[in-house]
Write a protein that binds this ligand. Structure first.
Ligand code: ZN
Length: 139
């Protein structure tokens, strides 16, 4: 079941992010990785934030991590979320891929149950035929 109801804006797939979404459709979480200095980055960007190189590849993550921080959204910021509040927005620190931070949500988790340090694993939210979004659930 989708984390958000129909009508919630969904990501626009662009050439830079297409490999990420293609992997997500296969339920693989891939993270952009600088092939010059080894820095991982997410969200995808054309240049490395560490060495400014445009060279990169994509590395598959185990999808395991922990909640680095989170917030509970209590006010609907979009009409599609009127019936969803309160819900969590979590920043997940992956166990691999340089401990890169991934903005997402923890599914099947009441607002008062989310906690910093909670072990989570990726859970795939198939929104459309094109967009499968990486959410997380308790590990
Ligand atoms: Zn770099």
């Amino acid at each position: 079941m989708p984390y958000f109801p129909e009508g919630m804006p969904i990501p626009v797939i662009e050439p830079l992010t297409e490999p990420f979404w293609a992997a997500a459709r296969e339920h693989r979480l891939v993270i952009q990785h600088c092939t010059v200095c080894g820095t991982f980055r997410h969200l995808p960007h054309t240049l490395c934030g560490n060495c400014q190189s445009p060279e990169y590849d994509w590395v598959e993550s185990s999808g395991r991590g922990s909640v680095y921080t989170y917030t509970i959204v209590g006010h609907p910021v979009h009409d599609a979320t009127n019936d969803s509040v309160p819900y969590n927005v979590a920043i997940v620190e992956l166990d691999d891929c340089g401990n890169v931070l991934v903005p997402s949500n923890v599914v099947d988790c009441a607002p008062d149950e989310v906690a910093v340090g909670m072990a989570v694993v990726v859970a795939w939210d198939e929104i459309t035929d094109e967009v499968t979004f990486p959410r997380f659930r308790r590990a």
